[in-house]
Ligand binder design. Sequence first.
Ligand code: TRP
Length: 353
Amino acid sequence: MSDRQVILTGDTPTGQLHLGHFVGSVRRRLELQETCDCFFLLANMHAFTTRADDPGGIRGDTLEIVRDYLAMGIDPAKAAIVLQTEVPAIAELTYLFAMLLPFNRVMRNPTLKEEIRVKELGDTYSFGFPLYAVGQTADILVFRAHSVPVGEDQVPHIELTREVARRFNKMYCGVPEDVEDDDPIMSEKGVFPIPRADVGRVGRLVGTDGVNKMSKSLNNAIYLTDTPKQVKKKLGQLYTGRQSMTDPGDPDNGLMQWLETFVEENRAAEVKDRYVRGDNIGDGHVKAEIAEAISALLEPMQERRAQYDGDDDTIIDILRDGTARANVVAEETLSMAKEAAGLGFFRRSLCLK
Ligand code: TRP
């Protein structure tokens, strides 16, 4: 094993990725894939928590996300793109970890509660729905990840993961009860490093409505596949409330966030300065500049994406390769964990090809 940092993060396949995903997470992954051992997991089983009746849709979305990853510049030679449902060790660890967590502790997870509220799941959600939070701890720990780049909303899941790792190491690996997370004894004796959440700086890109976080369901997203014309049109909807070219603009509004996110730094500073002073610069002008920058960003992505259009076989080959690399680590972790938990009766080897 190398001593490089291990990074794990994932996405539940729920539809195409948009610019919010690029800014909030994928851009960071492009940096990480250069220097760390990266695993990017397609959490396709998690999609079944609320869409079990739509397997065809889940399969399609899974393949589309791989296309979006490749388009945005994730390089399968550097980072493993992994299909969750073909890493059996994840399911096995989920079962074991479910025994280490009080039921009420899982149900207190604020992200789960929020999802139940927002998706109006009431009390009819499946048993598997809260189980996915336990599953997510296994997604992370099976790779013995050090760091998990995620958005703010995922932090409670990482907290749960840290709890499982601590408890496992103390219960089964002889790590004394009072040892702190960063004490070398934790990593020397324990099976699992205590993973950190790596929360991105621009966690949240405002959507084209200028108010809410960009999201598919709010219909305020720009997709990787949008043409320059569509980008322009969508940006046109970004509402600022500013009335004229000489009104002093709000330095913290959605438009300024977009400017600073997509336009080259010096130019953005210059435009912002004029905007804030109301120095004869209209919203329309600023929007046009941003639209141009976004289209320039999207163009190479669209070219890359076009290579894989209609070609599911190549996408599946990429998944097969990434998943095979993942299974080498995952099986090793599983046997370490079983050994520690008194389940190492005999060795098995699965043929995972
Ligand atoms: N729950 C995450 C989301 O909906 C996706 C996910 C699944 C994930 N497994 C993970 C993220 C492991 C980080 C680590 O966005």
